[in-house]
Design a protein around this ligand. Structure first.
Ligand code: SAM
Length: 268
């Protein structure tokens, strides 16, 4: 089951690497700068970005840290990351092909371990986070960035149904409460948290997933979204905009520290 899902992830992102990379580079300069600011990279940091995709975040961190590594499951994404690295003449970065569930690095290797927009593609985000924690130095920091699903069960179900219809590699967007529980269970405390509303074009969102208007899934996804308008029953806050819709994702940014073993004992 896990292998089948990971094959679907590779297939999806091999197909959409061009659209995804264009979006990532063109459309998100300010967002990226905001994310780097939130992360507060330090010059001595050895950084790792898990599920790095086309490397935009690792390459934005590189000038601010000692060395930035990125790892991803999809070889086509890594090819694109290395191409961007060459174009920008960045020497202190390296990209590896590998699985977040089995990071190929020794324990306690990195000062900063990050993962953005990828937990919702993983069937077991807890396994990936446990690996991120394993490779983190004792005083290291973890940054997790991802979309949030609505808290109510009904909205949660429809929200994830729409996401899955658009992208077969979608696993599950988590609720804020589930993420906080996950951090707590793994012995991580939230040092800083920020929630942003990211508005985007439905049409571009579909193109980024490799779905043109001629694809039956385009119309089906659009139909579900339009039906969700009254009462915002899927949590996308859709607003008609000419032929298109504006939709909104709630996005959470977390800076996490390991809870000191003494604190864990006290909690237990
Ligand atoms: C939506 S993209 C985000 C890419 C990048 N983090 C960004 O923000 O631009 C999701 C990425 O997660 C990767 N991915 C999904 N599951 C993974 C896993 N188990 N291990 C490593 N990478 C994974 C995919 O290959 C894809 O490149």
């Amino acid at each position: 089951m896990a292998k089948k899902h990971k094959d679907t992830v590779r297939k999806q992102f091999a197909k959409t690497v061009e659209a995804f990379s264009k979006y990532a580079v063109r459309d998100s300069g300010d967002t990226l700068a905001e994310q780097v600011e939130f992360t507060k990279p330090q010059p001595a940091d050895l950084a790792l970005d898990v599920a790095c995709g086309p490397g935009r975040y690792a390459l934005a961190l590189a000038p601010r840290v000692r060395f930035a590594r990125g790892i991803d499951l999809t070889p086509e994404m890594l090819r694109q990351a290395r191409e961007f690295q060459r174009e920008r003449g960045i020497a202190n970065a390296f990209f590896d092909c590998g699985d977040a569930d089995q990071l190929p690095y020794p324990d306690r290797s990195f000062d900063l371990v990050t993962c953005q927009y990828a937990f919702h593609h993983m069937q077991k985000p807890a396994a990936a986070l446990a690996q991120m924690l394993r490779v983190l130095k004792p005083a290291g920091r973890i940054v997790v960035i991802d979309s949030l699903a609505p808290e109510s069960d009904r909205k949660f179900e429809l929200h994830n149904r729409i996401e899955l219809l658009r992208d077969p590699s979608h696993a599950e967007t988590l609720r804020l409460t589930s993420l906080l529980r996950l951090f707590d269970e793994l012995g991580l405390e939230v040092a800083r948290q920020s929630i942003r509303r990211r508005e985007r074009s439905f049409h571009q969102w579909m193109l980024r997933a490799g779905i043109a208007p001629s694809d039956p899934r385009y119309g089906e996804t659009r139909g579900l979204l339009a039906d969700s308008m009254s009462g915002d029953t899927a949590g996308f806050s859709p607003k008609p905009n000419g032929d298109d819709f504006k939709i909104t994702h709630n996005e959470a940014l977390f800076l996490l520290n390991r809870i000191e073993p003494t604190q864990v004992k006290k909690k237990a």
